[in-house]
Design a protein around this ligand. Structure first.
Ligand code: MN
Ligand code: MN
Ligand code: MN
Length: 272
């Protein structure tokens, strides 16, 4: 059974609209998916949840900060009406738009005076984020491609990088808990932490109410999957699977084309 509990639609920085994601998942043979846009659950308002050919689990990818790093938590199986969740998402959206305004100020210092308006065109009604600025810089011809926009201007340590004031790990886990959901540490290897640091993060995450990690994230090496399964076991965490799909043709993983969990894992969906 193929499951994929991490993907993005046009409601954040993905390329496909929510129903296109569901249709693609059906084509790929997925039995269950979750659409996990960055700090928004708008995708679920665009879908007819009663008439989908596969199981659609509600989800969201939250940005948090921990020890000066940006950490992502996927919330799954959320009650989308929960007041704490909706309040939390509103404050995250505010943090996102404040960051976008500050990025625009930095880009103006480098001669890109209309960056906010330029990025807004690409945001298609969602809040402006770094990918939208990147696409604007490409359109201007200021950089050769999307990746170069990050390398020169938008990535951490570059001139237009601005750290967003995201909620803490504890706050995000409490919103997810209040919505009856499961908090999953997203793409644990993407943070490039030492094992000691990753263990410290997992300890804090578990104490905050986190109960699962992505043992499979995108197209990773079998050795990495085994390592993450080992950590899940040691910390008593359930295991999730996610491609982190954003657009067709992306290098790291296609929707639904993810390895199965090792047999000794406790799947996050086992009790659903
Ligand atoms: Mn993204
Ligand atoms: Mn992420
Ligand atoms: Mn993601």
């Amino acid at each position: 059974m193929i499951v994929d509990f991490h993907m993005h639609s046009q409601c954040s920085d993905g390329q496909l609209v929510p129903q296109e994601l569901v249709d693609l998942a059906v084509t790929r043979g997925c039995a269950q998916i979750a659409i996990t846009d960055h700090d928004t659950v708008a995708a679920y308002a665009e879908l007819d949840l009663q008439s989908q050919p596969i199981r659609l689990v509600t989800g969201c990818e939250f940005s948090t900060q921990w020890q000066g790093r940006e950490i992502h938590i996927v919330g799954l199986n959320l009650d989308l009406q929960a007041a704490d969740l909706l309040d939390g998402l509103a404050s995250q959206q505010q943090a996102r738009s404040q960051r976008a305004e500050r990025i625009a100020v930095q880009l103006a210092r480098h001669g890109f005076v209309d960056a906010y308006a330029g990025a807004l065109k690409f945001a298609q009604g969602t809040s402006v984020g770094r990918p939208h600025f990147a696409r604007y810089l490409v359109e201007l011809g200021a950089v050769a491609n999307f990746q170069q926009a990050f390398k020169r201007y938008l990535a951490a340590g570059k001139p237009a990088y601005v750290r967003a004031e995201w909620a803490t790990l504890e706050q995000v886990c409490s919103w997810i808990g209040a919505a009856g959901g499961v908090a999953v540490l997203a793409h644990p290897l993407k943070y490039k932490m030492t094992l000691t640091k990753l263990r410290a993060l997992l300890t804090v995450f578990k104490a905050a109410g986190g109960s699962a990690i992505e043992v499979v994230s995108g197209a990773q090496q079998p050795e990495q999957t085994r390592r993450l399964a080992g950590l899940a076991r040691q910390f008593g965490l359930q295991a999730s699977i996610g491609s982190d799909f954003h657009q067709p043709g992306q290098p790291w993983a296609a929707l639904g084309q993810v390895a199965p969990l090792p047999v000794d894992c406790d799947p996050v969906w086992s009790g659903w």
